[in-house]
Design a protein around this ligand. Structure first.
Ligand SMILES: Nc1nc2c(c(=O)[nH]1)N[C@H]1C(S)=C(S)[C@@H](COP(=O)(O)OP(=O)(O)OC[C@H]3O[C@@H](n4cnc5c(=O)[nH]c(N)nc54)[C@H](O)[C@@H]3O)O[C@H]1N2
Ligand SMILES: Nc1nc2c(c(=O)[nH]1)N[C@H]1C(S)=C(S)[C@@H](COP(=O)(O)OP(=O)(O)OC[C@H]3O[C@@H](n4cnc5c(=O)[nH]c(N)nc54)[C@H](O)[C@@H]3O)O[C@H]1N2
Ligand code: SF4
Ligand SMILES: [Mo]
Length: 729
């Protein structure tokens, strides 16, 4: 057999690394970083080669499964799609359209077909019980963008390749490879900042891998960042450091921002944050004095009790110093397929907030979704509009959302559950029907989302490495297949059926081609790409991708017009955020009370990807990774040594886990990685089971949320720790 070479964007995380795959027949025989990829320039992480193992994994499902009395039966696609439509139809007819809940997992945003076909599919389902990984992740960041800039996807990305000063709060890009900042090879990019004479500061309860290569690391008490950021804003006002620069004519709410942060002086927040007042003043002054600077906050300040306030204040600091939309500051990408500039169905709408509320706690809808921290209680609530069925797409909420065990119990009681996923995991094992789509190498790939939040404008399409076999279906084909079944059962109008037919005929690639022509680098817009701009033909002729250059200033053009018809504005003091400051002030007062002995935070690992990819043998070699990081002085106090087992208990449950001593973690803070807990019966991932670990979300509390946004507050869950007699389990 002759070996073929394929160039491809890795779709496993946000970094979009270019991979070079050597393929022999049905097998990938070698994977290297593609040095000609304009974004990743040869970098890849250990998960890149693992894409080959995913392809070969014998545990990966390739045909639909139906639950039987004694296990699972393989069924054909026609039958499976009919059954899925029938199950959804029956539940919605009997109990109303909201009786179906949907959970969309993280890989949806990495899948071309799901991204383009998901929105219309969800509209066809018509349920307001939509949940997704957004509410255990970036929801507050999107909320801040929606309220301040007028669009949920106008997410500012640090211009790492030009900045003179980068401040990272609650992100560990050396391990996560950058998030809402697609930036492969962050180690080199951070080193370049320092080589240019710039500075990198990391603010984190743990001296992370990123902190190790930074100029300065500042410990912060988990959950206290909004106080720190408010104090930084206070310093900017008090010391007259504000310099709006080119943003001056665009900003409103400056005085209100100054007023509501006035009380949060560095001295007042020092004890609660664990950072002394002089350090807070100095790091703020340094940001203000830098020729350009970007403050960047990610999941550690997003899945946080004050996630919304954190991201508001991060944006505010960038605006107050004129660093938003300026080279070296926090900038906006301009993707060739413009998911935020295009109207639906090519693009995503500007957003919405609070149009409806969750059944029990009354938490607000955002962008058409409810916070997943409410899913289990919403199922249990019953009532007029009960949830009786669940559809999960590319998700594992039993391991990924707060209080997994409560959700697990709720799933067991559903009338119907359907999962679109190629693994039998801790969640899909509860389904009545599992519909497995093609794997990452079996469909074409174009990043619809991540080009919009990348540190450089590039564009790339990767065709399927292995064409799908007759017995396989892509995610978008599964979605349209179910939709068609629903149309038949609902006697849908001819127009509705024709619209679906058109979408089926088009396919994701043609939709991208249309979007590229209509987009900012297409006809008319992309002069630098030749007179005719970026087109599908050009993309196909450029297998490594096309470089569109560094991020460029784009305001005010990119700000959507206001709904009231007024001129576009950056709002520094949106009412919903200002109103939440009262809750922050209460946190400051509460700080004088006795503190919990320990608080729990999470961490990511280079060789893992949320709750999946623990079934790839090569990624699971070496010492067990699901350990509880603990500061040696805390360990001495408890009388535990490295490797000893402890029981960690929270309000909702307890787990037993080995301790790993780490002097890089703050005293009183312990850390567990998320996505483990593969011991549950009835899953189909043998390798993962052999490295089961425990799930951090058997400890996290679904009642602990950011009350503004409803995002799960994983940062700083109070836990008690006790030594387990005997040696490690
Ligand atoms: N305590 C704590 N909990 C967390 C986090 C944390 O830091 N701490 N992180 C949170 C974050 S940021 C996120 S994003 C969530 C992620 O959590 P989830 O949204 O549950 O997503 P994953 O764990 O990535 O689950 C992926 C599932 O998708 C399937 N899959 C992969 N690719 C495809 C595909 O192309 N199509 C389909 N149909 N299925 C596919 C895999 O087989 C796997 O079963 O976890 C969150 N949970
Ligand atoms: N290898 C790998 N890469 C991934 C993933 C993965 O599972 N594995 N997941 C992907 C996904 S879905 C996402 S969303 C991104 C996330 O990417 P990142 O946001 O970079 O996520 P983490 O690496 O979890 O870094 C979060 C940091 O926040 C810190 N932290 C915790 N609590 C607090 C707090 O209260 N305040 C502050 N200041 N810091 C706090 C933690 O110590 C940790 O260092 O990563 C993506 N990339
Ligand atoms: S960092 Fe790793 S997982 Fe992420 S895109 Fe690159 S190779 Fe893939
Ligand atoms: Mo995420």
């Amino acid at each position: 057999m002759s070996v073929r070479t394929h160039y491809r964007t890795c779709s496993l995380c946000e970094a979009m690394c270019g991979l070079t795959l050597e393929v022999d027949g049905e097998r990938v025989v070698a994977v290297r970083g593609d040095s000609d990829d304009p974004l990743s320039r040869g970098y890849m992480c250990p998960k890149g080669p693992a894409i080959a193992a995913l392809h070969d994994d014998p545990d990966r499902l390739r045909q639909p499964l139906r639950r039987t009395g004694s296990g699972w039966a393989t069924i054909g696609w026609d039958e499976a799609l009919e059954e899925a439509a029938q199950r959804i139809h029956e539940v919605q007819r009997a109990h109303g359209k909201h009786a179906l809940a949907v959970y969309l997992g993280n890989p949806v945003v990495h899948n071309l077909g799901s991204m383009l076909y998901g929105p219309s599919f969800l509209r066809a389902l018509g349920t307001k019980h939509r949940y997704s990984a957004t509410s255990v992740d970036q929801l507050p960041q999107m909320l801040a963008s929606y309220l301040m800039f007028g669009h949920q996807l106008l997410l500012a990305v640090p211009d790492v390749d030009h900045t003179a000063h980068l401040v990272i709060l609650g992100g560990n890009p050396l391990v996560s490879n950058g998030s809402i900042m697609s930036a492969p090879d962050m180690k080199r990019r951070l080193a370049a900042i320092r080589q240019r004479g710039g500075k990198v500061v990391v603010i984190d309860p743990r001296r992370t891998e990123t902190a190790e290569v930074a100029d300065e690391h500042v410990f912060v008490r988990p959950g206290s960042d909004a106080l720190l950021l408010a104090a930084m804003v206070q310093v900017l006002f008090a010391e007259d450091l504000i310099n709006l620069g080119h943003l001056a004519g665009l900003v409103q709410g400056l005085e209100v921002l100054g007023e509501v942060t006035r009380a949060f002086t560095p001295d007042r927040v020092a004890s609660a944050t664990g950072i002394d007042a002089s350090t807070i003043r100095r790091i703020t002054r340094e940001i203000a004095a830098a020729p350009s600077a970007a403050v960047y906050g990610r999941v550690g300040v997003s899945m946080h009790p004050f996630g919304g306030l954190c991201h508001w204040l991060v944006n505010a600091i960038n605006v107050l110093l004129g660093n938003l939309d300026r080279r070296g500051g926090a900038m906006f990408s301009l993707p060739a397929f413009d998911v935020l500039g295009s109207p639906p169905p090519l693009g995503v709408g500007r957003g919405s907030f609070g149009r409806w509320r969750s059944k029990v706690r009354g938490l607000p809808e955002f962008g058409g979704e409810l916070p997943v921290a409410t899913l289990a209680e919403d199922i249990a609530a019953g009532g007029d509009e009960p949830i009786r069925a669940l559809l999960t797409i590319a998700g594992n909420p039993v391991l990924s959302t707060p209080n997994g065990p409560r959700l697990e119990a709720a799933l067991a009681g559903l009338e119907s559950m359907i999962s679109i996923d190629f693994y039998l995991n801790e969640t899909t094992r509860h389904a009545h029907l599992i519909l497995p789509p093609t794997g990452p190498l079996e469909h074409g790939h174009f990043d619809v989302v991540f080009h919009a939040i990348a540190v450089r404008n590039t564009v790339k399409y990767s065709p399927a490495v292995f064409p799908a076999k007759a017995h396989q279906r892509h995610d978008h084909e599964i979605l349209t297949g179910i939709e068609r079944g629903l149309h038949q059962r609902r006697n849908a109008s001819l127009a509705t059926r024709l619209e679906l037919r058109l979408r089926e005929r088009l396919g994701p690639e043609r939709i991208i081609a249309l979007g590229l022509r209509a987009g900012p680098w297409g006809f008319g817009g992309g002069l630098r790409q030749g007179l005719r701009g970026v087109s599908w033909a050009k993309l196909e002729a450029a297998p490594h991708g096309i470089d569109l250059g560094p991020l460029e200033p784009c305001l005010p053009g990119r700000l959507p017009a206001r709904r009231d018809g007024g001129a576009a504005r950056i709002d520094l003091a949106p009412a919903a955020l200002v109103a939440d400051v009262e809750r922050l002030a209460a946190q400051l007062l509460a700080d004088t009370e006795v503190r919990e002995r320990f608080v729990l935070i999470g961490r990511r690992q280079l060789r893992g990807n949320n709750s999946w990819m623990h079934n790839v043998p090569k990624l699971m070699t070496g010492k067990p990774r699901c350990t509880l990081l603990m500061n040696p002085s805390d360990a001495r106090g408890l009388g535990v040594g490295d490797g000893d087992s402890v029981r960690v208990a929270s309000r909702i449950g307890s787990v037993v886990v080995p301790v790993e001593l780490d002097d890089g973690i703050m005293g009183g803070v312990v850390s567990l990685p998320h996505g483990f807990g593969h011991h549950r019966e009835g899953t189909g991932q043998g390798v993962a089971r052999a490295h089961a670990g425990v799930s951090i979300n058997d400890l996290t509390d679904e009642q602990r949320i950011d009350e503004l946004s409803g995002v799960a507050a994983f940062s700083g869950v109070p836990v008690a720790i006790e030594v387990v007699a005997g040696k490690p389990v």
